[in-house]
Design a protein around this ligand. Structure first.
Ligand code: K1U
Ligand code: ZN
Length: 172
């Protein structure tokens, strides 16, 4: 089932999410719903707080090319355990901040641990767009948005645009 994506500013997007302890069928269904919502948007990642669920769950699939095999990943309690000194600049977007993009600098390579949908503990090294995306999604679990890396004036400008968008959508 497709879920509604919250738009910034929303207090739920600023909260630190709780770790998942028991992997239930309800959580697996939630993860499937998040993948459906992400692909439909379309996007390359989605974090549970973006649909109003304050638990540490993210999904991502950074395979963008048509015809390439998709690689959906479901991560419960993801954690960056090591980051490269080398950084990467990427023009990021966010499904909770539609049509706004800005350059963000992050570590180029990260090692991430997580629990998958089968309850297995996993670890993998991510590079390039995958590394950017997984860091962006983990930030969501800590109440942080990509605009929090920008200068206050630019952040304020984007926030005002989003407030206007929300007012217009409420009227429609
Ligand atoms: O978390 C989110 O809001 C999803 C976001 C993830 C992300 C994008 C760019 C850099 C870091 C993290 C998005 O998916 S925005 C949409 C987007 O980037 C995209 C959409 C369709 C095709 C390719 C990319
Ligand atoms: Zn986002």
């Amino acid at each position: 089932m497709k879920r509604t994506i919250l738009i910034h500013p929303d207090p739920r997007l600023k909260k630190v999410c709780a770790p998942v302890s028991d992997l239930t069928d309800a959580l697996r269904t939630l993860a499937d719903d998040m993948l459906e919502t992400m692909y439909d948007a379309p996007g390359i990642g989605l974090a549970a707080p973006q649909i109003g669920v304050l638990e540490r769950l993210i999904v991502l699939d950074c395979v963008k090319e048509e015809g390439e095999t998709p690689r959906p990943l479901i991560m419960f309690n993801p954690q960056v355990i090591a980051s490269s000194e080398e950084t990467n600049v990427y023009e990021e977007g966010c499904l909770s901040i539609p049509d706004q993009y800005a350059e963000v600098t992050r570590p180029k390579v990260v090692d991430v641990t997580w629990m998958d949908e089968k309850g297995n503990q996993r670890q993998e090294t991510f590079d390039g767009l995958w590394a950017t995306c997984v860091q962006h999604e983990i930030d969501h679990l800590n109440g942080k948005l990509f605009i929090d890396y920008l200068k206050p004036l630019k952040r304020q400008m984007i926030t005002r645009k989003m407030q206007k968008l929300k007012r217009e959508r409420a009227r429609a």
